[in-house]
Design a protein around this ligand. Structure first.
Ligand code: MN
Length: 456
């Protein structure tokens, strides 16, 4: 028996129309006006917006950071994702140092196991280069792992730039794409040393030791290497006005550059680090750090202009007890924020309802663009016959409040505590099956989604 979503407004990146949607089995069977119900169960969606399931292209579940493991594993993280309208996440797999990519993929497939409630894929981390890894990049592509991650900072994971260049050349050859964490490692290390010498060990030193120009420098640096390698790249979690300027410069040269930002860079400002209570400030420690109001404004402007392609979360959750590890030294605070559950309502509230972006623009950055960029369109990212029945039923009239007390993600706080939302997510369907009903998470089984090449 199918499900007929009747009378809602179907949103795509191109526009909106009042259309019925018929789900049969795992797929969208039909989209049109006045579809006959047949023996399908009819759900009245009058007044609702129907978005294609949101895709979060940047999550870290079950990840070891600073000697501790993220509060969310694939089970809790995927349930929180679904509750927020995210029907697919792409997490970051990584081999242990010196191990094969196959080793990294096997580890992450084991982590995702059978307990992942939403659909998922993996990016593969490349932290060095040799003939074996080069060969394996081709194997990863064949297995549907078509996007890769490289770090320009973090000594445990960063890749030397000659290796990064070689990796980019190989990705061009096989049609893969890299997302890169851009921050200048050396000067950050020097600034951290200065802060420690001066006895400045509070969380307020965190943003001061990772200033925006050091992100912009790394973005510019990467984009020049990509220019020489003649290959498109993705700047992940871009956080600042100055970095956006580097992207614009590269695009003016004719380069293809994709940009991801995150809700925390659109919505928060760096005064969060000045809170006198250590824990209140440590809650916001992530890299790149939260920036200034002018950066927020620049990112919204870029989002409005279509210069930002995707909004993902970089969900990497820790409890306040875990954050306490850095009580006497800000460099020991496990970095990351919980937000996989709230990206959709935050972007709807502060983007659509605030008049900054349209529902189709929201659909573009949360659904269509990530599906295309990460090679799973039109299976994902659009409500059309033959696509997976991944649907977010958004009720613009049911206002809500974000609170840790009512969230599914396992951190005991949210950076958005007490924030009001315009509307809320009424229901979520995953491949034709009701996965969330007014906040209640139902039993679903996520699937590994093999992905193809970038289509954006
Ligand atoms: Mn990340």
């Amino acid at each position: 028996m199918g499900v007929l979503l009747r009378g809602g407004t179907v949103v795509s990146a191109q526009g909106m129309a009042e259309l019925d949607v018929l789900l049969e089995g795992e797929k969208v069977a039909a989209v049109g006006k006045g579809l006959p119900a047949g023996n399908a169960q009819t759900v009245d969606c009058t007044g609702m917006l129907l978005f294609p399931g949101f895709i979060d292209g940047h999550t870290h579940f079950d990840l070891e950071v600073c000697g501790t493991i993220t509060a969310d594993d694939f089970s809790s993280g995927s349930r929180a994702a679904l509750r927020g309208g995210t029907t697919m996440v792409i997490d970051f797999a990584a081999p242990d140092k010196g191990e094969t990519l196959a080793h990294g993929l096997a580890r992450w497939r084991e982590k995702a196991g059978s307990g992942t409630a939403c659909d998922y894929g993996f990016h593969m981390t490349i932290d060095g280069w040799n003939g074996g890894i080069s060969h394996e990049v081709g194997e990863m592509m064949a297995l549907g792992v078509t996007s890769f991650k490289m770090y320009m900072t973090y000594p445990a994971m960063m890749i030397p730039e000659d290796d990064m260049y070689r990796a980019l050349l190989r990705l061009r050859e096989v049609g893969g794409i890299a997302g890169v964490h851009c921050e200048n490692d050396g000067v950050i290390r020097a600034l951290v040393e200065e802060a420690k010498k001066a006895g400045q060990l509070a969380p307020s030193s965190h943003p001061r030791t990772r200033p925006a120009p050091l992100e912009a420098e790394a973005v510019g640096h990467l984009l020049r290497l990509a220019q020489v390698a003649d290959v498109p790249v993705i700047i992940v979690h871009l956080s600042s006005r100055e970095s956006m300027e580097e992207v614009r410069a590269a695009r003016r040269r004719g380069q293809t550059v994709y940009v991801e930002t995150c809700p925390q860079y659109l919505l928060l400002e760096d005064s969060v680090y000045n809170h006198p209570d250590y824990i209140e400030a440590a809650k916001f420690v992530c890299a790149p750090p939260i920036r200034k109001q002018e950066d927020q404004n620049a990112l919204w402007e870029a989002l409005q202009n279509g210069e930002i392609d995707t909004v993902a979360t970089d969900h990497c959750s820790f409890t306040t007890a875990q954050k306490r590890a850095g009580r006497y030294d800000f460099t020991r605070i496990p970095g990351g924020l919980p937000s996989v559950e709230h990206r959709g309502v935050l972007l709807y509230t502060h983007g659509v309802a605030a008049g900054r972006i349209s529902p189709p623009a929201l659909c573009r950055v949360l659904s269509e663009n990530p599906a295309k960029l990460y090679g799973c369109w039109p299976r994902k990212g659009v409500i059309a016959p033959g696509s997976d029945g991944d649907i977010v039923v958004y009720d613009p009239a049911a206002d809500g409040v974000i609170s840790a007390s009512s969230q599914a993600q396992r951190a005991d706080y949210t950076p958005y505590e007490g924030w009001k939302t315009v509307g809320s997510i009424a229901q979520v369907y995953l491949r034709g099956q009701l996965a969330v009903d007014h906040g209640e998470i139902l039993e679903t089984q996520g699937q590994f989604i093999p992905r193809g090449k970038n289509q954006l």
